[in-house]
Design a protein around this ligand. Structure first.
Ligand code: ATP
Length: 396
């Protein structure tokens, strides 16, 4: 009996030991998996430390022989091979890529960075500018309503008549006379998204990205339609060229080509309209003005006497004016001033009132402001004397 008990005891002892060993095995296996992971991590870290850095570049062009022209971040444009593992479909002008150390082969396509194009443009969902905020440009407003607002709001009229509205409108004239303001007003009145881009920034700040930014801008405009795309200072990318020798000029040319391709690619009755502005109509590439592109050109000139009066009225709307303030007289005193000058004069007049500890603005605040803002452009007006006689009659 005692012997049987001893045997049972031993068997139980052995079974417990086996169970213990099995648990240990499981624990050790878990530890091995953990340590393998650690080893792999440190191996990768060592590889990273030993690997040579790659060079960042931007694809400018894919050549027919399967190579590519890349603008490298180290400076020159390079003609490089494309490694077998790189999906050539993903390579387009503007794509960011990594080149191997010698800069001879594209080894990786870098993820798209939305940054540059987001930074390059300004988006206002529905600007709250109205035509009543634009002074002295009645003819221009009428024309822009016909060619931008009407097709956006009532494309059916054009379909019924069987005519195509212009895709793009070019506004030209001296700086500060309301081109941008007019574009914002037409977007505001058409309940459209206003997307603007300063072309000179494409040429200076976003080197190598111009064509991609233009492409993505139009993609975005279609998503946000109805929309109005404003390309400010278009002459920076669309000046007539004699030759395109340097790489900077080639880059600008590619940006323009992309813009023309976008304009040619969409239907005039799509609900995207393009407005471009320039101070230099004379230097523009005629390709831009061909039918189906910017085929409506509208001048936004310096305001005449009546225009200046209207602009003073707009910018003094919310100001507390003394009785002696005569807006017509102010318009007379500001011959040659732009809309932007008049806005600055009104603000400065307000400051003059603050400096005199007044809560309202008097005529003298304005005359001082005019002298300050217009400087040597200021010429005291002699009534009935000169250039703007004809316009005077219209107003008085
Ligand atoms: P740029 O060529 O420098 O871009 P622009 O012609 O586009 O100039 P805007 O930016 O529209 O000029 O004008 C600058 C500011 O001047 C406007 O925001 C507005 O406050 C004022 N302004 C200019 N023109 C007018 C106008 N006709 N009526 C009312 N305000 C105006």
């Amino acid at each position: 009996m005692a012997e049987i008990d001893l045997n049972n005891e031993r068997r139980k002892g052995v079974t417990d030991y086996i169970r213990y060993l099995e648990m240990r095995i499981q624990e050790l296996e878990a530890e091995i998996t953990y340590l393998r992971r650690e080893v792999n991590y440190y191996k990768q870290e060592i590889e990273k430390l030993l690997s040579t850095p790659l060079i960042e570049g931007v694809v400018l062009e894919i050549l027919e022989d399967g190579r590519a022209i890349v603008k490298s971040s180290t400076g020159p444009n390079l003609i490089v091979n494309i490694a077998g593992n790189v999906d050539i479909e993903k390579l387009r002008p503007g794509t960011h890529v990594a080149l191997n150390q010698r800069g001879s082969t594209i080894v990786e396509v870098l993820p798209i960075r939305e940054d540059p194009y987001v930074k390059a443009m300004e988006v206002i969902e529905r600007p709250n500018v109205r035509y009543s905020d634009v002074g002295g440009l009645e003819d221009q407003i009428r024309e822009i309503r016909e060619v931008v607002e009407l097709p956006l709001k009532h494309p059916e009229i054009f379909k019924e008549l069987g005519i195509e509205p212009p895709k793009g409108v070019l506004l030209y004239g001296p700086p500060g006379c309301g081109k941008t303001l007019l574009a914002k007003a037409v977007a505001g009145e058409s309940q459209a998204t206003f997307i603007s881009l300063v072309a000179s920034e494409l040429a200076q700040k976003f080197v190598g990205e111009g064509a991609r930014i233009v492409r993505e801008l139009f993609e975005f405009a279609r998503k946000k339609a109805p929309s109005i795309v404003l390309i400010d200072e278009i002459d920076a990318i669309a000046a007539r060229r004699l030759d395109i020798g340097t790489s900077g000029e080639r880059e600008i040319h590619r940006t323009l080509t992309q813009l023309l391709a976008e304009l040619d690619g969409f239907d005039p009755l799509d609900n995207v309209k393009v407005i471009a502005t320039t101070n230099r109509l004379d230097i523009l590439d005629p390709a831009l003005l061909r039918p189906g592109r910017f085929d409506r050109v509208i001048e936004v000139p310096l305001p005449n006497l009546r225009g200046r009066y209207e602009i003073f009225k707009i910018h003094t709307r919310k100001m507390k004016l003394a009785r002696d303030v005569d807006l017509m007289e102010l318009a007379r005193l500001t011959e040659g001033a732009t809309g932007a000058d008049i806005k600055a004069i009104c603000t400065e007049a307000g400051y003059n009132a603050i400096r005199s500890s007044r809560r309202y603005v008097v005529m003298e605040d304005f005359t001082k402001a005019i002298r300050k803002i217009l400087g040597n452009r200021y010429r005291p007006y002699v009534f009935g004397s000169s250039r703007e006689k004809g316009v005077d009659r219209q107003v008085v």
